[in-house]
Every structure is written in C-alpha cells, then in structure tokens.
Design a protein around this ligand. Structure first.
Ligand SMILES: Cc1cc2nc3c(=O)[nH]c(=O)nc-3n(C[C@H](O)[C@H](O)[C@H](O)COP(=O)(O)O)c2cc1C
Length: 222
C-alpha cells in the first residue's frame, strides 16, 4: 500500500484562499505581521472545530536534538507570542538551557500555516499570576498535582496528588506554583503560508535583525 492509497490527493485544486466575497486577499500588500496574524487567527476561531490557538512548539535540547509538542497560545501582541507550562517539564528545561524556539500553526479548515522563530523570554511574575488565576480552579489544582514530563506510576498516583492538593487548598485560593509559568517567543521571522491552486502556494516572510528593527518582507517560492 502506498501513501497515496491512504491519503487521497488533496482536493485543493479549488481556491481555498478565497474569502467569502469570492476575492483573494492580497496578503502581500500587508505591512504588519501582527495584524495579519490576528486576522488569520480570527478566521480560524470561526472555522476550526476546536483549539484554533493550538500551536506546535519546537525546542532543542543541549545536544541540539529538536523536540516538538503542541501548546496553546494564550496571548500575543507586538511583544511576542505567549504560552504557559510547567518549568520543570522537558520543554521547560530545554527553554531554560537554550532560550530559542519555533512555532508552527496549521489551520486545516483554512489551509493556512504560520511559522515563527525567535528568542524566548519568561513572562513577568505578575503576568503569569494573572493568567494562572484566570484558569478553572481544577486546572490550577492540576498544575500543582502534575510533575509534567516525569514518570508517573499509575493514573491512581496522579489522582492521589490531585486529592492531596484539593485538600490542601480546601476552599482557599490556589496560588501559582513557582514551577509553573509562561514564556514569550519574540519573533525574528514570521512566515505566512496560504494554499493556492495546483500547489502554487503563497509564502510571505517577515524578518528582522532584532526586536527593535523594522521588518523586511519577502515572497518565497512555494
Ligand atoms: C492541543 C494541545 C494543547 C496543549 N497545550 C499545552 C499547553 O498550553 N501547555 C503545556 O504545558 N502542555 C500543553 N499540551 C501538552 C503538551 O503537548 C505536552 O504533552 C506536555 O506539555 C509535555 O511536553 P514536554 O514533555 O515536551 O515538556 C497540549 C497538548 C495538546 C494536544
């Protein structure tokens, strides 16, 4: 059986980049990658079945071996793209050793991709506290209970930890653990990819030397 038997050719010979009024937006006229990203994320909110903010986050370990997993984008602005995690997890350790990362969004419903690369900085304590307190109480307790990425003996052992912290915090507030916080990816490169007919896709890259430098824009062959 070849891959083509299980993965039929994409029906993308139709025009997926077309907007509702039947026109194709000229993304190459856009000068601001953040506003273009906001527009695409907004479109994904209306079309994805769940988690339009899910993004693959790539890191590398001290040997340079890449690692990748999904996280949820919890904020973005001109400063960067923010996600939260356990700091003692594999990704947490990798990012503390090598504070650089890449992200890749893929919205199947839109047939669009956005890639980002850049340096990583921790979010402020105040920012992490504010986000942590916005989470459901059970998720806050879960953050205390999970030694993310370390071996777990059984599901029961995890449930016991959850019960332990639920009892500990009882009806009081659940503070943010000091091993749980967020990171911000400060992009030095953002690429927008959009499906076009006959795989002649659009690729547009914004890049800059430093976070304070102006963006240069380039079109790439698909
Ligand atoms: C859609 C989706 C969203 C996720 N969001 C997060 C997240 O925001 N933060 C997080 O730590 N893990 C998240 N996870 C779990 C991670 O993919 C991963 O399993 C976990 O963080 C451990 O990764 P690590 O061992 O590389 O640190 C998510 C998983 C999926 C499938």
């Amino acid at each position: 059986m070849s891959a083509n038997d299980v993965i039929p050719p994409s029906p993308s010979e139709s025009e997926y980049a077309t907007s509702q009024d039947g026109t194709v937006e000229d993304i190459f006229a856009r000068e601001d990658p953040f506003s273009l990203f906001e527009d695409w994320l907004q479109a994904a909110r209306g079309s994805e079945p769940n988690d339009p903010n899910a993004v693959a986050l790539a890191t590398a370990d001290p040997d340079g071996l890449p690692d990748v997993r999904m996280v949820l984008l919890k904020g973005f602005d001109r400063e960067g793209f923010v996600f939260y995690t356990n700091l003692e997890s594999a990704k947490g350790r990798q990012l503390q050793d090598n504070p650089k990362a890449a992200m890749c969004f893929h919205w199947k419903s839109l047939r669009r991709q956005v890639r980002l690369r850049g340096a990583i900085t921790p979010v402020s304590e105040a920012e992490a506290d504010a986000y942590f307190q916005s989470r459901a109480r059970d998720s806050r307790i879960g953050a205390w209970a999970s030694k993310q990425s370390r071996p777990l003996e059984s599901r029961f052992a995890l449930e016991k930890e959850v019960a332990k912290y639920a009892a500990k915090f009882h009806i009081g507030s659940v503070p943010r653990p000091d091993f749980w916080s967020g990171f911000r990816l400060i992009p030095e490169r953002i690429e927008f990819w959009r499906d076009r007919r006959f795989r002649l896709h659009d690729r547009m890259v914004f890049s800059r030397e430093a976070a304070t430098s102006p963006w240069s824009v380039m079109r790439l062959y698909p």
